[in-house]
Design a protein around this ligand. Structure first.
Ligand code: ITT
Length: 206
């Protein structure tokens, strides 16, 4: 079996390869599969957007090579940060929040500033990750993973990507950008959703 992961985000792709390393399957990025595509993410939830990305890329691969598509699973990830004090923002708009071209240094600085009056539990936040699989024959599988934390008072850490430097994990006394890649994957939204998907795929006997 061949897995094509429908993402244009290199950081996600790196985590995915590591988390799914134990699967007996070849894992290709969209680019490596020759199906680079900018999908219009117009769903109203993480799960809907992940489903849209997986189905669009599966259809594209099927159009290119129906035989190969019959041996391919397309996986897609839609994820983001929900900040309770901001009414759940940036949520499904995490990549576009404050402008797609605004640096994360800047986005993270602005979120901390917007929480300047928030104390203790008011700073609660979570990362959410929906994974959708498009299987040969038109079937789909869906999983969801979450990681709970708080918005930090200052940015810290160089690992991870995106909002990791402001995502504080009280039980570790660190942000997720201060964890090693394996430490983050063991507890992250993406790690949980992908391991749940791995379980479902193993049951499929593909
Ligand atoms: P694809 O749609 O091509 O997969 P994208 O970056 O546009 O790539 P999303 O629409 O799912 O992906 O947006 C996810 C955004 O949420 C991502 O760009 C980060 O800003 C944030 N995010 C998701 N998971 C994260 C993580 O593990 N650490 C930090 N930020 C994360």
């Amino acid at each position: 079996m061949r897995i094509v992961f429908a993402t244009g985000n290199k950081d996600k792709m790196r985590e995915v390869r590591r988390i799914l390393g134990g699967l007996n399957a070849e894992i290709l990025s969209m680019k490596e599969a020759g199906a680079e595509f900018d999908v219009d993410e117009n769903g109203s939830s993480f799960s809907e957007n992940a489903r849209i990305k997986a189905d669009v890329v599966y259809a594209l691969l099927e159009e290119k090579d129906p035989d190969l598509a019959g041996k391919t699973i397309v996986l897609a990830d839609d994820s983001g940060l929900e900040v309770d004090y901001l009414g759940g923002e940036p949520g499904i708009y995490s990549a576009r929040y404050l402008g797609r071209d605004t640096s994360y240094e800047e986005k993270n600085r602005i979120i901390i500033e917007r929480l300047s009056d928030a104390k203790g539990k008011e700073r609660s936040a979570r990362f959410v990750c929906a994974i959708a699989a498009a299987l040969p024959g038109g079937r789909g599988l869906d999983t969801l993973g979450k990681m709970e934390g708080q918005i930090a008072f200052e940015q810290a850490g160089e690992n991870g990507f995106g909002y990791d430097p402001i995502f504080f994990l009280p039980e570790y006394g660190k942000t997720s950008a201060e964890l090693t890649e394996d430490e983050k994957n063991a507890i992250s939204h993406r790690g949980k959703a992908l391991r749940a998907m791995e379980e479902l795929l193993r049951k499929e006997d593909l």
